[in-house]
Design a binder for this molecule. Structure first.
Ligand code: AMP
Ligand code: MG
Length: 435
């Protein structure tokens, strides 16, 4: 059902977020490709990975010390005969060592615990003399040993499809013998900035013009979310050229537009999309920055011809093609960046094959009080400071949602609930860390 653009669909932050998460959860990622282990860093795993053997593959000593039978050292002091040394790595002849009553092996961290031993006494509690060791501390069975297969059993799943490959996941893949991994191909996400005043970096500029920065911030955010950015030329505030560029953008997996979604006479994005019978899920969210954010989808985007006749074209003349999602992000640069994080990121992550994850906030103590008009949920640029567990958050002074310089001085957003007018210094506030 297409909603006309004039019918405003302004949702609370939570409802708008839920809508994007719902749609994201129904998306399917694209094709797979096989890449070398290190090239998979930051990519999304497209195959389940199982352990090729038990982890650890043998009972592993976690200490340097002596492998013992716990029963032999129950009464202290105990003296045991040292019958050899076990270090990490293969043994000469590959004969597994065995321990009998009142005997011990000296053992190194990471080495296999011999048969018959059920604990390791740390070297700090022992003294060695003439081939015998005196033990000054009792141990319980299992102490200082990780049992064979305790971390993962052979053939059990250790990494699932949809996992983002961070350093730990790559280490685990290496430890189960995977030198190449299947990952999802990155989704292609189009960036379309709009506005007659916007010119590209490097072009001649007049005093009334503004350089395009949103296409660049969005391209970086798209890459960080696992997508590949396709930047289109800036669209003028003119419906036909705008429509042509929207059509181009709809040929990729997702279209992100910026600007042209406010209430001004030349804010044409919604109007052009409505002419394409777009379905709007929301046309605003009760947040600041970012109130005019638009989310919807349109069918018939891929390969649809554009028209250069006098009217804003409609999609009736085109064959129905799969739905394509779009966001109309506000043009103010900080609003663009914030609304990307709040709403567009989960869609890109889903297209990239990543398992959905909830949006989570941390908490910090407020360093200086906040006074603000209630009514909107605020995501205000702020700086986290302090040391260790004593993290504090403080707003950075800013000139509003166009102030990119203030955003560069911030490293988080403080979340102010819509019903709070005054938050005292020292109160706990929710913060969203930024990269
Ligand atoms: P709009 O939403 O089109 O009314 O734009 C809001 C503000 O954001 C205006 O001051 C625009 O000049 C500015 N703006 C819009 N698009 C961009 C862009 N791509 N780069 C930098 N600033 C922009
Ligand atoms: Mg504009």
């Amino acid at each position: 059902m297409a909603a006309p653009p004039t019918q405003s669909l302004v949702l609370s932050f939570e409802d708008a977020r839920r809508v994007t998460e719902d749609h994201a959860s129904r998306l399917s990622p694209g094709a797979h490709e096989t890449v070398k282990l290190l090239q998979s860093a930051g990519r999304i795993l497209a195959e389940p990975i199982a352990a090729d053997r038990d982890i650890p593959p043998f009972p592993r000593s976690t200490r340097d010390g002596y492998a013992v039978r716990a029963a032999d050292v129950a009464k202290l002091p105990a003296t045991l005969k040292v019958i050899g040394e076990i270090k990490a790595g293969p043994r000469p002849g590959n004969v597994p060592p065995t321990l009998n009553r009142d005997e011990t092996f000296s053992i190194m961290t990471g080495a296999p615990v011999p048969q018959g031993a059920d604990a390791v006494v740390m070297i700090e509690y022992t003294s060695l003399q003439d081939g015998r060791v005196e033990i000054a501390r009792a141990v319980s069975p299992g102490e200082n040993i990780v049992a064979q297969g305790a971390e993962a059993k052979r053939s059990s799943l250790v990494l699932d499809r949809g996992t983002r490959l961070n350093e730990a996941a790559i280490a685990l893949a290496a430890s189960v013998g995977k030198s190449r991994l299947q990952v999802f191909v990155r989704p292609r996400v189009t960036v379309l900035s709009t506005g007659d005043e916007i010119v590209d970096v490097g072009a001649e500029i007049s005093p009334s013009q503004i350089r395009n920065s949103n296409s660049y911030s969005l391209a970086v955010q798209i890459q960080q979310a696992g997508g590949e950015a396709v930047i289109l030329p800036v669209a003028p505030d003119e419906p036909h050229r705008l429509r042509e560029l929207i059509d181009q953008g709809l040929r990729t997996d997702l279209l992100l537009m910026t600007g042209g979604v406010s209430m001004g006479r030349y804010d044409l994005v919604e109007q052009v999309l409505a002419g394409m019978h777009a379905e709007f899920f929301f046309t605003g969210a009760k947040i600041q920055p970012g109130r005019p954010v638009v989310f919807g989808r349109v069918s018939g985007g891929a390969g649809a011809p554009s028209t250069s006749s006098g009217q804003v074209p409609t999609c009736e003349t085109f064959a129905p093609l799969p739905h394509k999602y779009f966001f109309g992000l506000p043009g103010n640069p900080v609003s663009t960046m914030v609304t990307f994080e709040l709403f567009a990121r989960p869609m890109i992550e889903a297209l990239a094959g990543m398992s959905p994850r909830p949006l989570m906030f941390l908490h910090a103590r407020l360093k200086s009080e906040i006074r603000i008009k209630p009514g909107l949920k605020r995501f205000l640029p702020a700086i986290l400071s302090g040391e260790y567990e004593d993290t504090q958050a403080e707003l950075v002074p800013w000139q509003g949602s166009g102030d990119i310089a203030a955003r560069t001085r911030s490293n988080c957003l403080i979340v102010v609930p819509p019903d709070r007018e005054h938050i005292l210094a020292g109160e706990w506030v929710a913060v969203m860390p930024l990269r």
